[in-house]
Design a protein around this ligand. Structure first.
Ligand code: GLN
Length: 446
């Protein structure tokens, strides 16, 4: 769609604008999140005073925060589709995010709640729409499209990889509020880069009502066919996988973050590793292992082995879930010796990411392939809602672990994910029949 002079490295230049905007947006998001529960639970009288909440209180808050952030994507997407267009909505989102993060740097309670509220609104406006804009850079059947999303995904994880190290270090050395300020500076950079790059985004994100939505309105009252009804059933099941997946995986910024802080021996070569640094591992593993995991599944497909989206989502959930057995080992070691070794956390995150790379990129394309056209937007919204429920579940499980016991919770999550994934694999044949061939062509590589 774009002329050769408007390209760089074989992709529209707009891709790199969106790449940098999202990189710094995720920098602020994951930088702030890496220290959030640590700040909430830090004692009010310590050297670096926090809010002195209990673990359970902090994890409950973490769950509500994740839930709100993803639920806000529903009105965020709607506003862009119907009233503002994606480009303006992303701009407003970026602005609110920058203000929200910077307000967190102020040390009062009203500033804390106002900052979090603005961040929720900001992510809701920015996150769903910036992804839509990436899609809008390419014509419908442009073969570079999947590659474009892969590059964008790397941007997300670059931000997620180095934010906890930098924000975590500043928060640890100078105080939590300096960490929040650094996240805010990252978001300001995101905003500036987005405004600067507008000239490369002339053609995307302007239009109200995606063409599919316009068609939708004329089709809207038609009843679903039997095939479409079958597909909706499979979709609902895939949402259960989404909820389970993030409900387990997102222990990362919550319970596992507190576990690193409170129960992990973090001395290394004469220095103490800040707990927040472990939050960088997921991003680092996504970047380093992304190609290998994608190649593994592509090779499987070429050899004619099982590589349907549903199977990948089920297997991904099982691999991710089995990572929690390393946390079981950590909890056992902590019970015996008082503290767990760092490598348990590293191994757990490694398995979490191998599971994520198998499952999460295919989930979204699976949904777009199965959704009946007239419900495409609603079903995409339901996907964000499922992610939000997963985040809430993650926080809630973390809070409950404080009465159930961490050992029991980690083990329970692992066992549940493995059983749930196995059940889907057992039912794979009939489930695939219900998709009526919609999942037969697996072009996804991201
Ligand atoms: N890590 C991904 C991102 O930030 C997905 C997170 C999620 O859906 N819970 O975009």
């Amino acid at each position: 769609t774009s002329s050769p002079e408007n390209q760089w490295l074989g992709h529209p230049k707009g891709l790199f604008v969106l790449f940098m905007t999202e990189l710094w947006e995720r920098f602020s998001f994951y930088g702030m999140r890496a220290i959030l529960v640590l700040y909430l639970t830090a004692s009010v009288t310590g050297l670096n005073p926090g809010l002195g909440w209990t673990n359970a209180e902090a994890l409950t808050f973490y769950g509500w925060y994740g839930f709100s952030v993803y639920m806000a994507s529903l009105p965020g997407g709607y506003l862009a589709d119907r009233f503002l267009g994606q480009k303006k909505t992303v701009l407003i989102g970026a602005l609110l995010l920058a203000i929200g993060h910077l307000i967190l740097a102020i040390q009062t309670m009203w500033a804390f709640y106002l900052g979090i509220f603005l961040i929720v609104l900001g992510v809701g406006l920015l996150k769903p729409n910036i992804s839509t804009m990436v899609g809008g850079l390419y014509a419908q059947h442009d073969p570079r499209r999947d590659k474009g999303f892969t590059i964008f995904y790397i941007g997300i994880n670059l931000g997620a990889a180095f934010a906890p190290i930098m924000v975590g270090w500043v928060a640890y050395q100078y105080g939590w509020h300096y960490g929040f300020a650094l996240a805010g500076i990252g978001m300001l950079l995101s905003l500036i880069l987005y405004i600067q790059g507008q000239k490369h985004l002339a053609e995307v994100g302007n239009f109200l009502g995606k063409s599919s939505d316009l068609e939708d309105r004329t089709k809207l009252n038609q009843p679903l066919t039997r095939v479409e009804k079958d597909r909706v059933w499979v979709l609902m099941l895939s949402f259960l996988i989404v909820i389970t997946f993030w409900g387990a995986y997102e222990q990362a910024g919550g319970l596992m973050n507190l576990y690193a802080e409170q129960k992990t021996y973090r001395q290394f070569m004469g220095m103490e590793i800040p707990a927040s640094w472990f939050q960088s591992l997921s991003g680092i593993f996504v970047i380093t292992l992304g190609t290998a995991v994608a190649n593994f599944w592509a090779r499987n497909a070429r050899k004619g082995r099982e590589s349907s989206s549903l199977a990948k989502m089920a297997i991904g959930t099982m691999i991710m879930g089995s990572g929690f057995f390393f946390m079981t080992a950590a909890a056992l070691q902590a019970q015996q010796t008082g503290q767990a070794a760092m490598y348990w956390l590293i191994l757990a995150y490694l398995f979490h990411v191998i599971g994520e790379l198998s499952s999460s990129p295919v989930a979204l394309s699976f949904i777009t392939k199965l959704a009946p056209a007239q419900y495409a937007s609603i079903i995409m919204g339901a996907y964000w809602a499922a992610t939000g429920l997963g985040e809430k579940l993650a926080g809630q499980l973390g809070a409950w672990s404080q009465t159930w016991g961490e050992l029991e919770t980690f083990t329970g999550i692992a066992v549940f994910c493995i059983l749930f994934g196995s059940l889907i694999l057992l039912l794979l044949k009939p489930l695939k029949r219900l998709t009526h061939g919609a999942d037969d062509h697996f072009a996804e590589t991201t």
